[in-house]
Design a binder for this molecule. Structure first.
Ligand code: TXE
Length: 468
């Protein structure tokens, strides 16, 4: 028996097998959760299919339910946040922000009005484009923002009239299981089903005959597998994959003002954000000042168990991720980079890594070319702005990018040259539920959030009514 049940057709359901979820701050088992069988996955899809028949019909009821769900999450944030910290690692205050933010997301979509598209209204005909729900959605989420990213899918998908089977990452299933149960108070049975299991359960979801749409957030490698599995059945997909966001600092930037903002956008959630700053390009003239300023901040950061007061950076979420970050840092140092702050994993239990600033790094080093997804930031010198733009774009990633400078118009002109889904000027990571989010190239397919996100959970239908 596990403490946290799955939710199938409104019921709390256990499984024959369980698997362990570790607390990344201690490396110890935090919870045991159900490992869903294939039959249980079938039951979840069946429940979602049954619920779809009525859920799709009443938009007002859906809006009301989403509001109630948002209110409930906000009211229970104090209970959910410690669970999130214990399985994910992030400081408790950030866990609170994630839960409150998920409530905000649901309530935003509860009120979102879709633009009406009337193509023709004359003596001959009334022609309108309408958006129809797709049916059952399979949603698969990662471990960095387990519940917020689930709500990026739940809110628009349910608003559009779909029902869902949701599978969290095996590293962080507990908050999603707990929140999924909670939401049964305000959602009809079968509208939101939550199943937990290891990676093969995700593969079963993508090849299952019931879902018409797969909404996936995770790594590029798995995203490609999801797309291939979906192709067989022509399922629709939205893929939100990794990023390697560049920040270009221009020569008129005020380093004292910019350094804390760059640091914040690179190290929030311990760097485990798809659209965090992953590499900084700086002119030679400002390089040393910027490195010193950011390294000072990194050295003063308080690293520890996220449940303790005042901790700013928790552990990385899992051992493979810690090993990956350590490997990329060691690779850079072995090729001549300097760790001006940090530089290594912290001994002892838990998956801690010192916040690390690397100078003397070049394009071609793995830590610049690959997604580190952790607390290590390479700072790279450039000689001309054109060269910086070329290097920023010289990757298969294309999620976000930012340009920093005193002359905002000049910075915006440089930002226009970046090939990515979000460009920011003098800020980074500015996201909101009404703003579309997606990636160019290998960073993804499709768009989440805003009315674009809702459209991603619909099929286009033309309604042509002849007149006269
Ligand atoms: O991701 P996976 P992992 C990046 C980051 C990190 C790397 C690996 O660089 O180092 O991904 O993380 C489910 N069919 N990001 O291994 O494997 C899996 O169970 C269907 C960026 O955790 O992509 C989980 O629920 N689903 C990212 C989800 O996919 C499958 C956030 C993501 O796991 C599956 C996290 C399959 N064949 C990591 N195999 C971002 N975009 O923010 C696994 N899954």
């Amino acid at each position: 028996m596990s403490e946290y049940g799955m939710t199938i057709g409104g019921e709390s359901v256990d499984a024959k097998e369980t698997f362990d979820v570790l607390n990344p701050a201690t490396g110890e088992v935090y919870a045991q959760v159900p490992d869903a069988s294939v039959e249980q996955l079938d039951a979840a899809f069946d429940a979602a299919q049954q619920a779809y028949k009525t859920w799709k019909r009443d938009e007002a009821a859906r809006r009301q339910a989403l509001h109630a769900a948002g209110d409930l999450l906000m009211a229970k944030a104090g209970e959910l946040a410690p669970i999130l910290t214990s399985e994910q690692g992030k400081p408790l205050q950030e866990a609170m922000i994630e839960i409150m933010g998920s409530g905000w997301w649901l309530k935003h979509f509860a009120d979102l009005q879709m633009p009406r598209e009337v193509l023709q209204d004359d003596d001959n005909a009334f022609v309108e484009v309408v958006r129809r729900p797709m049916g059952v959605v399979a949603a698969i989420t990662p471990w960095n923002f387990p519940w917020l990213l689930a709500c990026w899918k739940i809110a628009p998908a349910l608003l559009a009239g779909n029902t869902m089977v949701l599978k969290p990452s095996p590293y962080t299933p507990v908050t999603t299981l707990a929140a999924g149960r909670l939401l049964q108070e305000v959602l009809p049975a079968g509208v939101l089903n939550v199943v937990s299991g290891r990676d093969p359960l995700g593969a079963h979801m993508t090849s299952h005959p019931v879902p018409r749409k797969i909404s996936f957030t995770g790594s590029v490698a798995t995203g490609k597998r999801v797309a291939a599995a979906a192709a067989d059945d022509l399922k629709r997909v939205t893929l939100e994959l990794g990023g390697n966001d560049p920040a270009i600092v221009l020569d008129d930037a005020d380093i004292a003002a910019v350094a804390p903002k760059l640091y914040g956008s690179a190290f929030q959630n311990n760097g485990q954000i798809c659209s965090a700053i992953k590499r900084v390009y700086v002119p030679e003239s400002l390089h040393d000042d910027l490195v010193d300023a950011i390294a000072d901040i990194a050295r003063s950061a308080k690293v520890g168990n996220g449940l303790e007061e005042g901790v700013q950076l928790g552990p990385l979420n899992n051992r493979p991720q810690l090993e990956r970050v350590s490997e990329l840092v060691s690779d850079a140092v072995s090729r001549g980079a300097r760790a001006v702050a940090g530089g290594k994993a912290v001994d002892g239990p838990g998956y801690f890594h010192e916040p690390t600033i690397l100078a003397g790094v070049e394009d071609g080093f793995r830590i610049v070319d690959e997604e580190q997804f952790g607390p290590a930031l390479p700072i790279v010198k450039y000689r001309s702005v054109d060269e910086a733009i070329e290097r920023a774009n010289g990757t298969l990633f294309g999620l976000g990018g930012s340009v920093w400078g005193g002359d905002a118009e000049r910075a915006a002109a440089v930002a226009d040259e970046l090939e990515c889904g979000s460009v920011w000027v003098n800020t980074h990571l500015a996201l909101s539920p009404g703003q579309p989010f997606g990636g160019f190239k290998w960073s993804g397919v499709g768009t989440e959030n805003g009315h674009w996100g809702v459209e991603g959970f619909t099929e286009v239908q033309v309604r042509h009514q002849a007149k006269g």
